[in-house]
Design a protein around this ligand. Structure first.
Ligand SMILES: [Mn+2]
Length: 351
């Protein structure tokens, strides 16, 4: 893996140090701790003893510099900057702590530190075919995991027990780990968009929202399904079908060249007509090596979707006291539309 040339093309003749783990992985394939120094002619992973062998296996195209107690990361960067006569160094000021940046500037006397301004993230907006393959696999595992536990979900289980079943299935099916902490929210907890699974016992007649995702090659899947535990009230059934309609309308409008804010507005206007203010978050977000990336399908966003973007479409309605519902697919924008690798059915399933 070597995408350092893409970064060099974006920032010609620049000297850059990258610390954000997803950016390091995207640029070099290396998944350990440390940072990577990128100059016009070399790329150097700076890490400690624990990761030296892993770095050389994962990133044979990189030089590796080992830190030690008396040879800190900043010292190594100083030596690299001196050897290449660096005057300006781009750093991830949006990721490093204030202390880290001030510490670095003290050691790197005479080198001006400049904000990298998310240049790697901008490149990561467009997924290449290998990234898309990984994301499709992660979505397939997520869907299969839910299918596998479906006939075991029943009243009397706690939210936590359902969470554990889902996580176990995803790992068994080949997920490297969860893309984020699985959400299982039933009944009144469904009105909390990011509910933490609890010991709450799932009851008959409730909606159960499951939001989860596997990871493959570091790439995240993100999907949500809301299930009915037995027969639910007409109010809840209507709520479910309106959320589904909002998602269908947004998906029908999705594609390259579309404005993110316009897609959000389609779902938002529809749901606000029935449940004013109850859809309080954005319609969707980018996904990749990190669970929440750009672009965002958000109110007022003028960003235009491009082939290779991966975005979720996840309208939800949250009503304290009644509960909530969210339905989420992760979509890959293509030249002529989009691919939806989240194939798990969306008609209301009564368990
Ligand atoms: Mn999501």
């Amino acid at each position: 893996m070597n995408r350092c040339d893409a970064l060099r093309k974006a920032l010609p003749d620049a000297y850059i140090v990258v610390h954000r783990p997803e950016n390091i992985r995207w640029l070099t394939g290396y998944t350990g701790e440390g940072c990577v120094f990128v100059s016009p002619k070399r790329q150097v992973i700076i890490t400690d003893f624990r990761y030296i062998e892993a770095a050389s296996r994962q990133s044979p195209q990189c030089e590796i510099e080992r830190t030690q107690a008396e040879r800190t990361e900043a010292n190594v960067l100083k030596a690299l900057c001196d050897s290449e006569r660096v005057e300006k160094l781009y750093v991830e000021t949006d990721y490093l702590t204030f202390d880290a940046v001030t510490g670095l500037s003290k050691v790197l006397q005479g080198v001006s530190l400049l904000p990298l301004n998310q240049a790697p993230q901008t490149l990561r907006l467009i997924k290449d075919s290998s990234e898309v393959e990984s994301m499709k696999k992660a979505a397939a595992i997520s869907c299969q995991a839910l299918s596998n536990i479906l006939d075991r979900i029943r009243p009397g289980l706690t939210e936590k027990q359902v969470q554990i079943m889902l996580d176990y299935e995803m790992l068994s099916l080949g997920s490297e780990g969860n893309a984020f902490d699985t959400i299982a929210a039933s009944g009144p907890n469904g009105s909390l968009p990011h509910a933490v699974p609890s010991d709450y016992v799932i009851q008959k007649g409730e909606l159960l929202t499951l939001d989860f995702g596997a990871t493959v090659d570091g790439y995240c899947a993100d999907m949500t399904r809301t299930l009915a535990i037995g027969k639910v009230s007409d109010d809840l059934s209507t709520l479910y079908h309106r959320v589904l309609k909002a998602q269908t309308m947004a998906l029908d409008a999705l594609g390259p060249g579309k404005v993110c804010g316009d897609i959000d507005k389609i779902a938002r206007d529809y749901l606000d007509g029935y449940y004013p203010g109850a859809f309080g978050h954005s319609l969707g977000h980018g996904v990749g090596l990190f669970i929440h990336e750009q672009p965002r399908l958000a109110k007022g966003s003028a960003t235009v979707l491009q082939p290779g973007n991966v975005v979720t479409v996840e309208p939800g309605v949250y009503i304290p006291g009644l509960g909530g519902c969210r339905i989420e697919d992760m979509t890959i924008i293509t030249e002529d539309g989009y691919i939806d690798p989240v194939t798990f059915p969306k008609e209301l399933i009564e368990l």
